[in-house]
Write a protein that binds this ligand. Structure first.
Ligand SMILES: O=P(O)(O)OC[C@@H](O)[C@@H](O)c1c[nH]c2ccccc12
Length: 265
């Protein structure tokens, strides 16, 4: 599955480069101000809510809402930041970033399989505040270079790991935000125990740690928070909930007092 998404993404990037060369994209770039990591740093708990309409493993996840509608609901009910899938395998598009940025005032992570510097420029031109970098599909050299280019553009990189060797490799870089993906991208099996297994090897040192995937309840969220994780990235658990607003408040760990407050809408 991962290999086929990577192959298709390489083809899509080659095509995008023909349609919109880097020189054209660069005209749309306004350098950002690291709003994404700032949003995580400011709170003792961060819900990054993901606009995820579909996944390659499960097909349609959310038929009832558009990406901007999801974004608006998440923002109104306590998400600190948003993640927007832009890859075709997740029924996303780079244009979704701009649509979301028009609608809500939260920092946005571009959820993509980044393989080429061109995609970093395209993400920033669309308005992304951060990009996902997946350690498993990049060489050490690419990873270091892409973190640097993202930083030059004023974007944060959320660097994703799944295994201990990947975590150790990423801790050699300047990554400020590390994400443990609880989902194995080869098998798609998900367990939040993956975060707890890697936690003893995590060296904070000014970094922030996010647990990604497979999180569905406030019990999961509280366990992760109490273990020292800074925040969570949640897609399916939110978009498949019967009451998306209530689930957003639950995973944002809003207290009863805060629940009535409408910060961002
Ligand atoms: O829908 P979930 O299980 O809450 O997961 C969200 C997010 O972590 C997931 O979409 C994700 C994290 N890293 C990725 C890399 C590729 C594809 C998808 C992902």
């Amino acid at each position: 599955m991962l290999n086929s998404i990577v192959d298709q993404t390489r083809q899509a990037v080659a095509l995008a480069k023909q349609n919109k060369p880097l020189a054209v994209i660069e005209q749309d770039i306004v350098t950002g101000n690291y709003a994404f990591s700032e949003a995580v740093k400011q709170r003792d708990w961060t819900l990054i809510a993901e606009c995820k309409l579909a996944s390659p493993a499960k097909g349609t996840l959310c038929g009832g809402y558009s990406v901007p509608e999801l974004a608006r609901m998440f923002a109104a009910h306590g998400a600190a930041a948003l993640s927007v899938h832009t890859n075709a395998a997740f029924r996303g598009s780079i244009d979704d970033i701009a649509r979301v940025k028009q609608m809500v005032d939260l920092p946005v992570l571009c959820k993509e399989f980044i393989l080429d510097e061109y995609q970093l420029y395209a993400a920033r031109a669309a308005g992304a505040d951060a990009v996902l970098l997946i350690a498993a599909i990049l060489t050490a050299d690419e990873l270091g270079r892409f973190i640097g280019v993202a930083a030059d553009l004023g974007m944060d990189a959320l660097v994703e790991v799944h295994t201990l060797p990947e975590l150790q490799q990423v801790q050699q870089t300047t990554a400020k935000l590390i994400g443990v993906n609880n989902r194995n991208l080869e098998t798609f099996a998900t367990s939040i125990e993956q975060t707890f297994a890697l936690l003893p090897y995590y060296e904070p040192g000014g970094r922030l740690l996010i647990s990604e995937s497979g999180i569905t309840t406030s019990q999961d969220a509280l366990r992760l928070k109490q273990a020292g994780v800074n925040g969570i990235l949640v897609g399916e658990g939110l978009v498949t909930a019967g009451d998306i607003a209530a689930k957003t408040r639950e995973l944002a760990l809003l207290s009863a007092k805060e629940e009535g407050r409408d910060n961002n809408a």
